[in-house]
Ligand binder design. Structure first.
Ligand SMILES: O=c1ccn([C@@H]2O[C@H](COP(=O)(O)OP(=O)(O)O[C@H]3O[C@H](CO)[C@@H](O)[C@H](O)[C@H]3O)[C@@H](O)[C@H]2O)c(=O)[nH]1
Ligand SMILES: [Mn+2]
Length: 440
């Protein structure tokens, strides 16, 4: 919300809560109340570190103003932590009837994270809500899509498609930033950087997304599990940027809304005209009609008999919806750009325990193999759609899990042969080639 973006009223922040938790809604209500102080504070003091947590742990100038806002931030944090500890939002944390009504939606009979109606909650409305200096605030909207056990939810890709549609109904901005909940924005000028590419007339017709690298904070010095993934997020992306562009890596990526509706030359029509990417919303986001439609497009059966997940939106069928979606967009002829400024645009959390690393790698491996052995495999489909070199880059990812076989063999066989006295590596004297090298 604190981006350097003018006019700020054109910015809308959507939060997807796939867990359907009143605690998350409470945290966001608190964040909205704090934001009316924090945004003018950042603007007037030219703060670069706009994530409050990062700002207060940096070496900032202490004065009465910073002390006051820090106190506010700390008390907000304590309130949220208390609510999380209790596991529910008690009455003493609810300020008025309106808030009470919002929270009762979570206490209807049978409400669980896997089974509940869709909840769309406008926490801030641009044009109406102002900060303490009278400047406008961006829109802030909470969404928990409908879930029930009989409809497939398609994990993160499903959540993102619901977000795409709800944001389409409410504001329908042509450019979308997708950010994971474990990342924060580290540079207030990032939207300008991305927009420079989108506004370039030579790139525009085929440009689908601008990807920033995933960078992490709190990396331990040795990074013993090699979680920084420099090869994946930096080196390979830079190379692919010289071809059709990098892959989408799930977060820190600016998309053009149009890219989710078919290839550059043919448009895939959504069911309702309000979801067309060029539709201009001319009703306030709290209007009854908008709210009704937002609930409708966030419902479980909205996608029935539609091409959402196959030809439209984020693609279903792989646990790595990011790789799969980026790859399919490139197959359709879309291009992408890699933007890696000196100051990281986003910073995120990294898995730090062995258990987390193993489960992340397992998830990625299963997801990549799902693509490798699907009808859209880079070996068959990709190579025809994007040419050999670009496809080779994508195939390198899809078949990456197969590396585990030689690595496991290499990890065990030398020890086993050593214990059993078997020689597997050639003896130096047995190999002619060494002799030849020596002669050289
Ligand atoms: O059913 C789900 C599962 C996940 N998420 C969200 O997905 C995001 C990423 O999940 P995380 O646990 O952080 O996974 P990572 O392994 O760190 O994610 C990497 O790998 C994922 C799969 O390729 C990508 O989606 C991520 O963007 C990428 O950072 C989070 O914001 C979650 O809230 C959902 O919304 N619904
Ligand atoms: Mn993550």
């Amino acid at each position: 919300m604190a981006y350097d973006y003018y006019p700020i009223e054109k910015l809308s922040v959507y939060l997807s809560d796939d867990g359907g938790s009143e605690l998350t809604l409470f945290a966001f209500m608190e964040a909205a109340k704090f934001a009316v102080y924090w945004l003018p504070f950042c603007r007037e003091n030219n703060i670069i570190e706009r994530c409050p947590d990062a700002y207060f742990s940096s070496s900032y100038t202490e004065n009465s103003e910073t002390q006051k806002i820090k106190l506010m931030y700390e008390s907000m944090k304590t309130r949220i932590e208390n609510v999380i500890e209790r596991g529910k939002v008690d009455e003493d944390y609810i300020n008025n009837d309106e808030e009470l009504q919002d929270f009762t939606k979570f206490s209807i009979a049978g409400f669980t994270r896997h089974n509940h109606p869709s909840i769309v909650q406008v926490l801030l409305e641009s044009g109406k809500d102002k900060d303490i200096t009278g400047h406008g605030m961006p829109n802030l909207i909470y969404l928990s899509r409908e879930k029930n056990k009989s409809s497939p939810h398609h994990f993160k890709a499903g959540a993102l498609n619901a977000l795409l549609r709800v944001s389409g109904i409410m504001t329908n901005a042509p450019i979308i930033l997708k950010l994971d909940c474990d990342m924060y924005s580290n540079d207030p000028s990032t939207p300008q950087r991305a927009l420079c590419y989108f506004l370039d007339q030579t790139l525009w017709p085929k440009l689908a997304f601008v990807q920033f690298p995933q960078c992490f904070h709190e990396l331990n010095e040795a990074d013993i599990y090699a979680s920084e993934m420099k090869g994946l997020f930096h080196t390979n992306a830079m190379g692919m940027d010289g071809l059709s562009g990098p892959n989408y890596v799930g977060t820190g990526c600016f998309f053009r809304r149009r890219a989710f509706f078919g290839c550059p030359s043919s448009f895939e029509q959504p069911k309702i005209p309000e979801l067309f990417p060029d539709h201009v919303v001319n009703k306030p986001i709290q209007a009854h009609e908008i709210s009704r439609q937002a609930h409708y497009v966030a419902s479980c059966n909205y996608e029935d008999e539609s091409t959402w997940g196959s030809k439209m939106g984020f693609r279903y069928g792989s646990l790595v919806e990011d790789y799969y979606t980026g790859y399919r967009l490139q197959c359709e002829g879309w291009k992408s750009i890699f933007c890696s400024p000196k100051r990281p645009a986003f910073l995120g959390d990294i898995p730090i325990s062995l258990y987390e690393v193993v489960s992340q790698n397992k998830r990625w491996s299963v997801g990549l193999l799902e693509v490798a052995f699907s009808k859209y495999s880079p070996l068959t489909f990709g190579v025809r759609s994007m040419g050999f070199v670009m496809d080779h880059c994508n195939a390198h990812y899809a078949f990456w899990p197969i590396w585990s076989i030689p690595i496991i063999l290499y990890a065990f066989i030398p020890q086993l042969t050593l214990l059993n006295g078997v020689t597997i590596f050639p003896k130096r004297s047995n190999v002619e080639i060494f002799g030849d090298f020596e002669k050289c």
